[in-house]
Design a protein around this ligand. Structure first.
Ligand code: NAP
Length: 240
């Protein structure tokens, strides 16, 4: 009998989170999908079940610590364990320069991209220590090197995820917990609608696909327990 491995994914209703869920489920993980739009999560879960996988839906806003802790409690109550996290929920805005951003938007982007990653990780850590769990932080190319167009708040929040991942690895290795700062370049997802100039079909055609990231995430998740992949940068050949 193989032991169930349970993976909790934020941003699981679309794009890279959904593709990561599908790839992990194909590899035998039980996936728990979180995001705000329940119908999106249900559609992804239905697809995984139709493929023979196991999926559960727990809708929430990642910036709400009480909702995150309640979902964590549900995961542990129903499965008795948590073996992995994929943190894909993210936010940007078209007005992203010092001369057009608002502080309200800055705050929302940092809350979603940085503080919520800490909130979910903090809630999950006791369970991850039990299993020697793996954490995949979906950061960005802009979290790996400075990208002028990515935005003031987005660049700052994603860059900070490198530090967050390193402190996790430095302090939690004693419990077997491993974290990866995953830095994708352009990926053809709904996220591109938040750009000041939304890429057209020709531009999207040369980008990475969500499935490229799903395959990469599954590779990290399925690495042996003694292997830590600190950082991964993945970009389309066309990336500038
Ligand atoms: N696409 C790119 O070129 C690219 C490149 C590098 C990095 N990234 C990063 O990749 C990650 C995934 O993005 P994607 O490209 O796959 O785009 P996406 O399909 O738009 O995914 C973003 C997800 O985040 C969820 N989300 C946003 N705010 C949330 C909140 N407050 N609470 C819960 N869930 C929330 C959204 O679901 P709900 O709206 O239903 O909540 C959505 O499923 C993001 O962190 C993004 O910064 C994207």
């Amino acid at each position: 009998m193989t032991t169930e491995r349970v993976l909790w994914i934020t941003g699981g209703g679309s794009g890279m989170g959904a593709a990561s869920a599908a790839a992990a489920a194909r590899s035998g993980w039980t996936v728990v999908l979180s995001g705000r739009r329940a119908e999106q999560l249900d559609a992804v879960a239905d697809g995984i079940r139709a493929d023979g996988g196991t999926a559960q839906v727990l809708p929430l806003d990642v910036t709400d610590p009480d909702a995150v802790r309640a979902a964590r409690d549900t995961v542990i109550a129903e499965h008795g364990r948590l073996d992995g996290l994929v943190l894909a929920a993210g936010l940007n805005a078209p007005a992203r320069r010092w001369d057009d951003q608002t502080m309200g938007s800055f705050q929302s982007i940092v809350d979603t991209n940085l503080t919520a990653v800490a909130i979910v990780t903090d809630a999950a850590l006791p369970a991850l220590r039990e299993t020697g769990g793996v954490v995949v932080v979906i950061s960005s190319y802009a979290g790996w090197s400075f990208q002028p167009g990515a935005g003031v708040a987005y660049s700052a929040s994603k860059t900070a995820l490198g530090s967050l991942t390193r402190s996790l690895n430095q302090q939690e290795a004693q419990h077997g917990v491993r974290a990866t700062h995953l830095c994708p370049g352009d990926v053809a997802t709904d996220f591109l609608a938040q750009r000041p100039q939304v890429p057209d079909e020709a531009a999207r055609a040369v980008m990475l696909t969500p499935e490229d990231i799903g395959r990469t995430v599954a590779f990290v998740l399925d690495a042996p327990a003694h292997v830590r992949i600190d950082e991964l940068v993945i970009s389309p050949v066309s990336q500038r």
